[in-house]
Design a protein around this ligand. Structure first.
Ligand SMILES: C[S@@+](CC[C@H](N)C(=O)[O-])C[C@H]1O[C@@H](n2cnc3c(N)ncnc32)[C@H](O)[C@@H]1O
Length: 188
């Protein structure tokens, strides 16, 4: 694999395709316009299920339309904040976060460090052993640096016996290139 034609989102999709299997349960914690939800739905197949969360109805409607267009029925769409995911999902093989604002939507509505870190903790609690959390972390521009710094501090403090955290950065790219992080729940 080469990195020059990749970005955080592409790295996350590669990781998902390699590690998520048919029949699994996955959570898209930041549904947006549903592109990640669609990928998860295709990867887990008809025997698996996807739960997708967003706080904006515009995201739910766009995702509903995308899934309909692709004939996907193995998805539950929830107009709910991702820090409440435990109220809907008991166990998951993967949880995907693609933080920030809705593309083509209101840039003043975006994820924030305190809620994001609570949601990561909720995801860790429902994650099965050997499961993973994928995170695309945006910063700079409209969203600033508060969320990036809060999330990175939170990830650095996770118990290394319980979790493995991998962080990837396009280090010499200009204009705040998004970061890609993976949390793996270690096998006991
Ligand atoms: C970068 S977009 C996600 C892109 C999406 N995965 C896609 O494939 O189009 C980030 C989304 O996170 C949502 N969001 C922000 N705070 C949230 C929260 N507390 N719970 C759930 N979603 C949230 C925003 O409304 C926005 O739609």
């Amino acid at each position: 694999m080469h990195y020059y034609d990749k970005n955080a989102l592409k790295l996350s999709h590669l990781y998902i395709k390699e590690h998520l299997k048919e029949g699994c349960t996955a959570v898209d914690a930041t549904m947006g316009r549903g592109r990640d939800t669609l990928l998860l739905s295709q990867v887990v197949g008809t025997g698996g299920h996807v739960f997708a969360f967003d706080i904006q109805d515009e995201a739910v409607q766009a995702t509903k339309a995308l899934l309909l267009e692709h004939g996907r029925e193995n998805v539950t769409l929830l107009l709910e904040s991702h820090d409440k995911m435990e109220d809907y999902v008991q166990a998951a093989d993967a949880v995907i976060f693609n933080f920030g604002f809705l593309p083509g939507g209101d840039h003043s509505v975006f994820s924030h460090a305190d809620v994001s870190c609570r949601a990561i903790d909720a995801a860790l609690r429902i994650l099965k052993p050997d499961g993973f959390i994928s995170l695309c972390i945006y910063y700079g521009g409209d969203t600033g640096f508060e969320e990036r710094d809060g999330i990175l501090n939170h990830l650095a403090a996770l118990d290394q016996k319980a979790y493995t955290v991998m962080l990837q950065s396009f280090y010499n790219r200009k204009n705040c290139p998004p970061l890609f992080a993976i949390i793996e729940k270690n096998r006991p």
